[in-house]
Design a protein. Structure first.
Length: 276
């Protein structure tokens, strides 16, 4: 299966869909990540705080796919915000993964009360210059956080990974990203907390194309221009989720899914949510 590529503002490319690993632990993390790679995923999303970087690294080593064909993302947790702390946190991730470099490193949450995300960003710029990170980005940043980072460093994040699904399409933030050349990534793209698979509008769109509701939702992400990173523990679901490049939703169908907007499902307001 050929997955289309997206080009970031630093010229690097990444696949239009990735594999999320949150909640996968231990042996299951190795098996599920390995199976995702076998089933065609090349973008793998992990984080220091998921406690599975070692397993993700092990799955990569066991896989027959060359390292350079994979796009590995990990994230800096709150306890490592600050200039030197970021170097330290990144080294820890790299050591866990057992890799020489990561393709994308993100600040996991902005933690505005701590007020050190700009220092972390400066550290990440240095790490990118050293070649141990290919692309740098952020996660859960609002336009205000992005504007500050850009104003203080002149370096625009390549990616902002945010909560985005049919119940929270993030129209305003996506427009801001488009204006600034920032690629949107969608976390919890299937809205797992409020399983939308029985929703009538989503079923209608899925039925019109003879696909599953999950495929209709993931295709919606692709057509919005965002990169979804669904997590699935079985090979069957992994194959289902990546098989979304053989059909196209009409503008009306995209609109119909977007009209389900309600708001955040997790209460993870980036201005107040703190994770260390
Ligand atoms: N940056 C952040 O702050 C942040 C926050 C949250 C998540 N993330 C990232 O985003 C990734 C995805 O988010 P998520 O894991 O929360 O939610 P998700 O990918 O939207 O949903 C995952 C859930 O949906 C189920 N599922 C997957 N494919 C399915 C299908 N085809 N049919 C039916 N059910 C299906 C999975 O079941 P099974 O696992 O049982 O197959 C799992 O319970 C995470 O893994 C993580 O990498 C980032």
């Amino acid at each position: 299966m050929t997955i289309p590529l997206r080009t970031l503002n630093d010229g690097n490319t990444l696949p239009a869909i990735g594999f999320g690993t949150y909640r996968l632990r231990g042996e299951e993390a190795i098996t599920a990540t390995g199976s995702a790679i076998e089933n065609g995923y090349r973008l793998i999303d992990t984080a220091l705080n998921y406690g599975n970087e070692k397993e993700v690294g092990e799955a990569i080593r066991r896989s027959s796919v060359p390292r350079e064909e994979l796009f590995v993302t990990t994230k800096l947790p709150g306890r490592f915000h600050g200039l030197n702390e970021t170097f330290e946190g990144f080294r820890e991730s790299l050591e866990h993964l057992g890799l020489d470099y990561v393709d994308l490193f993100l600040i996991h949450w902005p933690l505005p009360r701590v007020d050190k995300y700009v220092d972390s960003w400066r550290a990440m710029i240095r790490l990118r210059e050293e070649g141990v990170i290919r692309s740098i980005g952020v996660s859960n940043f609002t336009p205000a956080h992005l504007e500050r980072v850009i104003a203080e460093t002149d370096v625009v994040p390549a990616v902002n990974q945010v909560e985005l699904h049919p119940y929270f399409p993030q129209g305003e933030l996506r427009r801001f990203h488009a204006e600034h050349g920032i690629q949107t990534e969608s976390w919890t793209p299937l809205a797992r907390k409020k399983s939308p698979f029985t929703n009538e509008k989503i079923r209608e769109v899925a039925d019109a194309h003879g696909v599953t509701p999950a495929q209709a939702i993931l295709r919606w992400h692709v057509q919005l221009g965002t990169i979804p990173i669904p997590k699935a523990s079985t090979a069957e679901r992994q194959r289902e989720n990546i098989d979304i490049f053989g059909f196209e939703l009409t503008d009306e169908q995209v609109e119909s899914i977007s009209s389900l907007e309600e708001g955040r499902l997790w209460g993870g307001d980036p201005d107040t949510n703190e994770e260390f």
